[in-house]
Design a protein around this ligand. Sequence first.
Ligand SMILES: Cc1ncc(COP(=O)(O)O)c(C=O)c1O
Length: 445
Amino acid sequence: MNQETLTELRRLDQQSHLHPFTDSGSMHKRGTHIMESGSGCVLIDETGHNLLDGLAGLWCVIVGYGRSEIVDAVASQMSKLSFYPSFFETTTEPTIRVAARLAERAPGRLGRVFFTNSGSEANESALKIIRAWNKIRGKSAKKKILTRTYSYHGVGIATTSMTGLPNCTDPFDLPLPGYLRVPAPYAYASGTGMDEVAYGAWCIEETARVIESEGPDTIAAMFVEPVQGAGGVILPPAGYLKALRELCRRHDILFVADEVITAFGRLGCWFASEMWDLDPDLMTIAKGLTSGYLPLGATLLSKEIAEAFEANGYFAHGFTYSGHPVPAAAALANLDILEREDLPGRVERDIGPYFQKKLATFADHPLVGEVRGLGLIAAIELKVPASVAAANMAGARAAAIAREEGIIVRGIRDLLAIAPPLVIRHDEVDRLAAALGRTLDRLRD
Ligand SMILES: Cc1ncc(COP(=O)(O)O)c(C=O)c1O
């Protein structure tokens, strides 16, 4: 991109575009980055520089950029039928086929698919379905929702209320009443000095205590990211998720697996719910469903809940674009790639272990407090160096240096989160690790 075009675009961006999750003032001082193209795991930015994408866009581009198979499927569906809703007792072929494929693949009792445009909408839809289901079965008093600290469930009023990150809730005076928080199994940040299994067990006791004191008859559901992503890649310690699942079952609290990040192979399995045998009552997905080529999310329901709805007559919920045929066509092509290239298996057996082994070498670095991860998701906890004045800023500083070193990773508080596309090659993992090493050294200096 020539300098004149770049200057013009940056000016227009500043004048007219409100960016999501951005400090506009500081961004415009430096000038917006403008991505120009992408192929595989590599992006080209406004300067023509090649950047290795260690965050798969926003945890979503699992099959990599520029897959012509998806582009062709989208173009062909667009020419055939660009849109028709799934209201009015009608739908379209790609929509039916994605629903059937997901229902077949989905773990346990999940057998019906409700389509949305995003993860937030999938969680908002889950909330409404749960509320209506409890009403149908005569348990309207069950309305409270449990989530954990450091959780991220989206940006609607209710999904923000479920999100356990003060920087997401505080500016909006949320959460709403009835959205309860229990502790995440984040031993590293707990300051207790407990090991992660003991801390996980304490979290379960604390969750049980909150359920008892609020009254199980007032609690509808608990939403759980099996691995908490945006909150800082927090992994469940041994025994924790099983105990949490049992606790919910015992109190007739629906268990909702928010698999917006974990579904479709990132952990080395199709769904995290299978890995930990969670048998969720509902599951929400988005991101990897289309690899981000087009927006698509979904709420999956157990057959029991779906049949209760179906027996109850009219289901008064849906978005104009619920089941849009074009993202559905993208999802079908994306699922074909995932299956044909067995990307979940590749993460489990090959590239996941290689990636984790490479990152584990940073555990002894003087600026590193902890390295943790599973499959193709990881976090590096940073000790805040003197060069970073404020706490919670080391991640952003490190991510900015990493970018200069040719990779994109995400800074969260004082950690780096890394989650590359599932197609990342071994030599690209080497490049990622080398750039991270240079980043840590520069951060220390
Ligand atoms: C676990 C989880 N749930 C929900 C969401 C919200 O999805 P969206 O941004 O598509 O609304 C996200 C987004 O990062 C997420 O990570």
